[in-house]
Design a protein around this ligand. Structure first.
Ligand code: NAG
Length: 783
């Protein structure tokens, strides 16, 4: 019996591994039953569509076109009267229209059934949209070469037999692209739409206006594009260390182009939601029509300019009649172009300073009984909610529109975390979830030191995939207000279309799966298993997807002999990790990493990369330097504990790894508190020098200490001060690392104490004025 069971489980196991390899659809279908056998497409295969169906013919043509390009076989498309009985037959691929009920299922607008066996394929749905999604799945059941742009020889064009019933989890499966910070041409927007459709995503949120550029032609206000679509130059680098690139940037879409994109998206069953930002992020509009601001010139003095500086700008729309009329006119043209029920009106990051200074605004607040500028913002948003509602539209706004009172018909886009979405749902408003921590694909996807410069943050694929859009805090009734989720791509640091794709793929594949597949089916390993075939598809589609998923991560710890043990990890379980310790680039013949780790006994680097079993390098090379000294691996006590930043492990200050300027995670950070550390060297020894480094980056609220003192002791009770250093910490510190060393010259010391005084509260002219400063320190070494 035991033997039979063993044999059975082996059978099941091998079947499920095969199933995993054969059925690699992303997003994963709701129900997929693998069957034995396959359907082979050849010259005899025909495509059958219902008679006179204008909606389905283009889908059949799409399929025939793919097959023709990649296999050279021309499939005939036939019309047929007879509705299919859902039984594959006659070597045909049948697109069958279905009543809302079939196979005991009620079919919704986006649902479909797909049946494939050796005799043929039937795909069936109640709507063209459902049939379209069935087609996307069918393409992903075929070999990845089906996405190639040229003839692919020696491919067996087979579809593994199966039955699928599929249905999405959420109605809003979106992608936001910012074309203001950097403009991307129509051809790319169409390609982006194609790729969204492949992933069964159904909303394209087009961020068309911002401080750095107005990108949509408005006939009534030509200066919006004549002036507002152009900027002189753009910011290069991060806030604490940047310069202008000196290169002009411009671009806009004509209304004809917009119509073209909208019609194109419609064919792919994607709704395009335009975003016209108000009342903040409005500099491009103000530069075009200065009368829309609260003052005739910018708050900084001088004319308004389409800015090349990223971030939040104080000059915003003034809530005057002129502005309201202008924006109503703009929106009137916009809604003519976009059939979408929703219009996004922005609402995020609107500084209130120009309203505070404006007599007009203060009078208006009195007249309308508005208690503060937040209520004035609400007044602004409510006006346009009313306006758009009267035109049969609905507004979406970023979660700031909750402040000062939510507008009656607004849907909230929750981005500063999930709280906005929760608050909206609790007030019976719809919400779309786009929290920065899971959905901001402009954040780094791997080690910032090896990635192209990004805005910041850290959002690897696994974290994206872990996101659950429906907050636990909501009752089932309230949860219905969560319409779905969206990947946001802001493009301050993304200037080219290939870079856009690099940031989106594969992370947006995870977003697509979260939006489509039920939470209970979520399984990261299963997802990444399918992703490998999907990478092949993306390769044939010439998508510049990131391979950062394969990058190696390292962590270090100490063994009982105080040696540094480096553990290496690849997110991909099948990958072979190879490494070197002599500084050379790892190759296919380098040592294979073993889970016990690499022991480091002297200064040097560990370099590692993931390789496939065939020897192909999969991700980037990781290089980690280790500095071995008398303190390495030694335990210590801290008077104050660090917050959020621990340097990677429990003894992050003596782990042999120095803090890196570009990577905050490598530092030990104290919020408002001093560093007071005592390291136990294990036994009394000669101590010549104590070294340490601090980071200063005032824009990130990280300040150098005001003074540092080093002490030594033989018994851990009586400490002798060796040196006290006064530091010149200033509030204008650009990001940099200060390395310091103190000569000690002690013959016998077992304990080393370092005290560094936190800067204290941020000074008056700092943007975080009054808040506690951070003290960042790393790697205390003793020689
Ligand atoms: C936010 C801004 C956005 C910016 C982005 C960068 C929203 C709603 N607003 O500060 O303009 O491009 O972050 O990640 O995201």
């Amino acid at each position: 019996m035991k033997k039979i069971l063993g044999f059975l489980s082996l059978l099941i196991l091998s079947f499920s591994t095969i199933a995993q390899k054969k059925y690699t659809i992303i997003p994963k279908p709701l129900e997929l039953t693998p069957l034995a056998g396959e359907f082979v497409i050849d010259a005899k295969t025909k495509i059958v569509i219902p008679k006179g169906s204008a909606e389905i013919r283009p889908l059949a043509e799409m399929l025939a076109e793919r097959v023709a390009v990649t296999s050279g076989v021309t499939l005939s498309i036939e019309e047929s009267d007879a509705p299919s009985n859902l039984v594959p037959a006659n070597k045909a691929i049948v697109f069958a229209p279905l009543k809302a009920k079939a196979m005991n299922k009620t079919l919704g607008e986006e649902d479909y059934i797909l049946k494939a066996d050796a005799k043929g394929i039937v795909i069936a749905a109640a709507t063209g949209k459902g049939e379209f999604y069935a087609l996307q799945s069918l393409l992903q059941l075929l070999p990845p070469q089906i996405f190639s742009s040229s003839l692919e020889k020696s491919v067996k064009w087979s579809v593994p037999a199966c039955t699928i019933f599929d249905q999405p989890r959420y109605g809003h499966r979106g992608s936001m692209l910012d074309v203001s910070r950097h403009f991307f041409p129509v051809s790319f927007i169409k390609r982006h739409i194609d790729l969204l459709a492949l992933h069964k995503m159904n909303r394209f949120h087009w961020h068309l206006t911002d401080d750095q550029g107005w990108r949509i032609e408005i006939k009534k206000y030509p200066k919006l594009t004549e002036v507002g679509s152009k900027r002189k130059e753009s910011m290069k680098g991060h806030y604490n260390d940047w310069k202008f690139d000196g290169t002009p940037h411009e671009g806009f879409y004509t209304q004809e182009e917009i119509k073209e994109v909208v019609a194109y998206a419609q064919k792919k069953f994607i709704t395009v939601i335009p975003e016209i930002e108000m009342p903040g992020h409005a500099l491009a509009a103000l530069a075009s029509y200065p009368e829309l601001g609260c003052t005739p010139t910018s708050l900084k003095g001088g004319p308004y300019e389409v800015t090349g500086i990223w971030g939040v700008h104080d000059d915003v729309f003034c809530p005057t009649e002129t502005t309201f009329k202008f924006l109503e006119d703009v929106l009137t043209e916009v809604i003519e172009l976009f059939p979408s029920q929703y219009v996004h009106i922005g609402g995020d990051e609107c500084p209130k300073i120009s309203w505070q200074k404006s007599k007009f605004c203060q009078d208006l607040m009195k007249k309308e009984g508005l208690k503060d500028e937040h209520e004035l913002q609400s007044y602004f948003i409510k006006h346009f909610d009313k306006f758009l509602t009267s035109k049969g539209k609905k507004i979406i706004g970023w979660d700031e529109i909750l402040e000062g009172g939510i507008s009656p018909n607004a849907t909230i886009m929750s981005w500063r975390g999930v709280e906005g979405g929760i608050a909206a749902a609790k007030q019976n408003h719809d919400a779309i979830m786009t929290p920065t921590g899971f959905c901001y694909l402009d954040y780094y996807q791997s080690d910032p030191t090896t990635e192209p410069l990004a805005i910041g943050g850290y959002l690897p694929l696994e974290k994206v995939y872990s996101y659950e859009p429906t907050p636990k805090e909501l009752t089932p009734e309230q949860a219905k207000h969560i319409l779905g989720l969206q990947a946001n791509l802001w493009t301050e640091y993304i200037a080219t279309t290939s870079h856009v794709e690099y940031m989106l793929y594969p992370r947006i594949c995870a977003i697509a799966e979260i939006g489509w597949s039920p939470a209970k089916h979520k399984n990261y390993e299963d997802f990444t298993g399918r992703l490998k075939t999907h990478f092949e598809r993306l390769k044939y589609l010439a998508v510049n997807y990131a391979k950062s998923y394969y990058d190696i991560t390292a962590s270090s710890s100490m063994n009982e002999r105080s040696q540094v043990i480096v553990k290496l990890q690849s997110a991909d379980k099948d990958a072979v990790i190879r490494y070197t310790v002599d500084g050379s680039e790892p190759t296919v013949s380098s040592a294979v990493y073993k889970p016990t780790g690499v022991v480091i006994t002297k200064d040097g680097s560990v370099r590692a990369a993931a390789f496939s079993s065939k020897g192909e390098q999969l991700g980037k090379v990781l290089t980690k330097y280790f500095y071995i000294n008398k303190a390495t691996g030694r335990k210590y006590t801290l008077v104050n504990q660090p917050k959020n930043y621990t340097g990677g492990e429990t003894y992050g200050l003596t782990n042999g790894v120095k803090g890196e300027e570009a990577n905050s995670a490598t530092w030990v950070g104290f919020e408002g508190k001093d560093l007071d550390i005592t390291i136990d060297l294990g036994q009394a020894m000669e101590v010549g020098k104590v070294s340490f480094a601090f980071m200063g980056a005032s824009a990130s609220w990280i300040m150098l200490p005001t003074e540092v003192e080093v002490f030594v002791s033989e018994d851990g009770k009586n400490f002798k001060s060796v040196k006290k250093i006064q530091m010149a910490a200033t509030a204008e510190q650009s990001r940099s690392v200060q390395q310091l060393g103190v000569a000690v010259d002690a013959k016998k010391a077992r304990y080393v104490r370092v005290f560094a005084k936190n800067y204290g509260k941020l000074p008056a002219h700092h943007q975080g004025s009054g808040n506690p400063a951070w003290l960042f320190v790393d790697e205390i070494s003793v020689e």
